[in-house]
Design a protein around this ligand. Structure first.
Ligand code: ATP
Ligand code: MG
Length: 305
């Protein structure tokens, strides 16, 4: 079983201000490394309380990403006082600066409107073409296990392929980033992938998951996975996550494309099941759903890309 780390007594470094929910950077007392604590969202209404399990999505997502060779933040289950959630190990090396896609695209384009702006439902500017331009001259994340000749956009392509596999519709312009070294420290890089909290249906209640598991529910649900965080025409059907992955794979060299598709092909039901079986408190309903989502999307990516 994966362990749950008690971080209640870790020193608070600072609150993270980017993102929708409250999050804290904490220092591991053993080695001083910074981890971001993200609590699971608890919902309360007349019917009672229920907790979303973003920690499941983050952990399974992180482990699957690693298995596919996607550079990504290390995730551990964590408890802070009576709050349950996960911690995400800081991707940014000491002395470097992390800048999200909003900052990067703002520097590239005239009048870039961030995706969170109310007037930018079409996510204008947040296109694969602009992201590729923004990542020119950037290297892959430091220490990542990708072939030597891969550049930053080659790796970003891996992120959108991974998103299609895990049904992550949340790759907005603050859910990818670059990292800038201190002066004289070499070239900037793409940051490893982070924030997979909305993947794998983490916002669904268990009763809904149970009904999806009956009949054609899971494939239908997977087909509804749209890439709405990327530029699209709001008057037309939004491209799916598989469409965006396919588009990105057509923008890179055949060797890059084959590399990521081989990573997808290597996923097996056994591998996913051996992962979910190590998640404490995961019900059979949720683990079955996660296995079906990943295997359905694996097939969709291999057939559609
Ligand atoms: N492992 C990490 N290393 C470095 N920075 C990180 C890491 N994880 C998150 N961040 C930074 O913290 C910000 C908020 O974290 P994250 O995106 O995980 O939270 P969130 O509240 O789920 O965001 P959202 O609003 O997208 O749901 C990110 O945009 C990024 O700038
Ligand atoms: Mg985020």
């Amino acid at each position: 079983m994966f362990e749950t780390w008690d971080v209640s007594h870790w020193r608070l470094i600072r609150q993270e201000t980017i993102g929708a929910d409250e999050k804290y950077w904490l220092a591991d007392p053993n080695d001083g490394q910074a981890w971001l604590f993200k609590a699971n969202n608890i919902h309360e209404n007349a019917a009672g309380k229920w907790s979303q399990r973003e920690d499941f999505a983050e952990k399974v997502g992180g482990e699957l990403a690693a298995a596919m060779g996607i550079p990504c933040a290390r995730i551990e289950f964590a408890r802070l006082g009576d709050e349950l959630g996960c911690i995400s190990l800081n991707l940014c090396p000491e002395g470097w600066e992390l800048q999200t896609g909003v900052v990067v695209l703002d520097g590239l384009l005239e009048e870039y409107e961030p995706g969170y702006a109310a007037g930018n439902k079409a996510r204008r500017g947040h296109s694969l073409e602009n992201i590729r331009r923004a990542l020119e001259d950037h290297g892959p994340p430091p220490g990542s296990d990708v072939p030597d000749n891969f550049d930053a956009f080659d790796v970003f392509t891996g992120y959108v392929v991974f998103d299609a596999v895990v049904a992550n519709r949340d790759r907005h312009d603050e859910n990818w980033a670059v990292m800038r070294p201190p002066p004289g420290g070499g070239r900037p890089t793409l940051a490893g992938s982070f924030d997979h909290a909305r993947a794998l249906g983490s916002t669904l209640k268990e009763a809904k998951i149970t009904s999806l598991l009956q009949g054609e529910g899971v494939p239908k649900w997977c087909h509804k996975g749209t890439a709405w965080r990327f530029e699209h025409d709001p008057e037309r059907a939004c491209p799916t996550l598989v469409d965006i992955a396919s588009r990105a794979l057509r923008m890179v060299a055949p060797a890059v494309r084959n590399h990521w598709l081989e990573g997808v092909a290597d996923i097996t039901t056994m591998k996913v099941a051996s992962l979910t079986s190590r998640i404490p408190d995961m019900s059979v309903v949720v683990s079955t759903f996660i296995e079906q989502v990943v295997m359905t999307n694996r097939r969709r990516v291999l057939d559609g890309c």
